[in-house]
Design a protein around this ligand. Structure first.
Ligand SMILES: [Ca+2]
Ligand SMILES: [Ca+2]
Length: 209
C-alpha cells in the first residue's frame, strides 16, 4: 500500500468525508496536508509522530503508582481510567508488559475502557501490549463525548508481548474517550498514556505500522 492510499484510508476511518489535498513523505512518515469537511480526527500508529504534535503540552500517565489488586477504576493525575461495568482490571508488575517503567494496567475480560479527563483534550495516545495475539483479529474504536467515532485498529493481528501505539487527535476538544475493542479470548495491557490539547494545523500521519 502506498503512502497516499494509507493516508486516505486513515482519513476515512471516522466514517466521514475528508479531502486530502496533498500527500508527501518525510523519512517514512507521511505528511498529509488536509482540509476537513467537518472535524478532523487523525489516527496515529507511531508514538513519535503523535508526540511531536504537542510534546510541550501533552501529559503522560505511566501507571507506576496505581493501586494493586482488582480495581474498577484508577484515578490518576489528570485522567481517570474506568473499565466496563461488571469487570475489573489490575496493576501488572512486569517490565515485559510495560513500555514505560515496570508497571502497566492489565485487562483480561473487559472490552470497553473509559478515559475521563480533568480538563478538555484533543489528543490521546497510548501503548497496547500483547493485544490481539490469540489468533483472532481485532478492531479498536474510540468514541468521544463530542460524537467523534474513530477506528484506530482494523482487523489487527498482534504478537505475543509486542507493543503497539495508537493515538488520535481531533479538532474539537473532548473530556471523555470510550475505547472499545472486539478482541476475543485475549488479555492485554495498557501503558504510557499521553493526553492534552495540541495545535491542529498540518498534521503528521504515521504511514507505517
Ligand atoms: Ca508503566
Ligand atoms: Ca494477549
Amino acid at each position: 500500500m502506498n503512502q497516499t492510499m494509507k493516508c486516505q484510508q486513515l482519513m476515512c476511518c471516522a466514517g466521514r468525508l475528508y479531502a486530502v489535498i496533498a500527500v508527501g513523505a518525510v523519512g517514512g512518515v507521511g505528511l498529509c496536508t488536509q482540509s476537513a469537511l467537518g472535524d478532523l480526527p487523525t489516527v496515529y500508529t507511531q508514538e513519535q509522530a503523535f508526540y511531536e504534535t504537542g510534546s510541550a503540552t501533552l501529559k503522560k500517565q505511566s501507571f507506576e503508582e496505581i493501586e494493586s489488586g482488582e480495581q474498577t477504576s484508577y484515578s490518576c493525575e489528570g485522567v481517570t481510567l474506568a473499565c466496563e461495568a461488571g469487570y475489573t482490571m489490575r496493576r501488572h508488575n512486569a517490565a515485559s508488559r510495560a513500555t514505560d517503567g515496570a508497571r502497566s494496567v492489565m485487562i483480561t475480560d473487559a472490552r470497553q475502557l473509559v478515559l475521563t479527563f480533568d480538563s478538555p483534550v484533543n489528543a490521546v495516545g497510548f501503548q497496547l501490549i500483547d493485544f490481539a495475539d490469540a489468533g483472532e483479529p481485532a478492531d479498536l474504536v474510540v468514541t468521544t463525548d463530542t460524537g467523534e467515532v474513530v477506528k484506530l485498529l482494523d482487523d489487527f493481528y498482534g504478537r505475543n508481548g509486542e507493543a503497539h501505539f495508537v493515538g488520535v487527535t481531533t479538532a474539537e476538544p473532548f473530556t471523555q474517550l470510550t475505547v472499545t475493542t472486539t478482541v476475543t479470548n485475549d488479555g492485554f495491557y495498557l501503558d504510557e498514556c499521553y493526553f492534552g490539547q495540541v495545535e491542529i494545523g498540518e498534521v503528521m500521519v504515521s504511514a507505517g505500522e
